[in-house]
Design a protein around this ligand. Structure first.
Ligand code: 5GP
Ligand code: ZN
Length: 103
């Protein structure tokens, strides 16, 4: 599939990967808006927030908690952003949560 984040999942496009397992990949945004700006993606392709079942969101929220806990003090205060649809500002149509911290 010609999807930017599927290509990262398959290792066909480079990304600075912070964490991955069978279901999820976490990598640094290539155009960070804050000192720490990570993207949390399910490895399976879902177009957007509304496309994914609740179980996928559960896994992503668990991953957010794990990642910010690991990052410790520098990500104690953080923002989660999810854009759903082009008019929200979504530009990559593979579900992802932004985690932004350090500002
Ligand atoms: P959206 O606007 O869809 O919510 O967010 C897409 C984000 O993905 C943007 O912040 C953009 O900088 C980031 N992005 C787009 N393409 C790539 C890429 O190939 N690699 C990485 N690391 N980030 C990307
Ligand atoms: Zn995809």
């Amino acid at each position: 599939m010609n999807c930017t984040f599927c290509r990262i999942v398959r290792g066909e496009s480079p990304a600075k990967v912070y964490y991955q397992d069978d279901d999820v990949i976490v990598f640094f945004d290539r155009a960070p808006l804050t000192p720490i700006h990570l993207l949390i993606c399910p490895k399976a392709h879902y177009t957007d927030f509304m496309d994914a079942p609740i179980e996928v969101h559960q896994m992503l929220v668990k991953t957010v908690k794990r990642v910010v806990t690991e990052l410790g003090e520098k990500a104690k205060d953080f923002r989660i952003m999810i854009n759903n649809g082009p008019r929200s500002g979504q530009t990559v149509f593979h579900l992802h949560y932004h985690i932004m911290a350090g500002k």
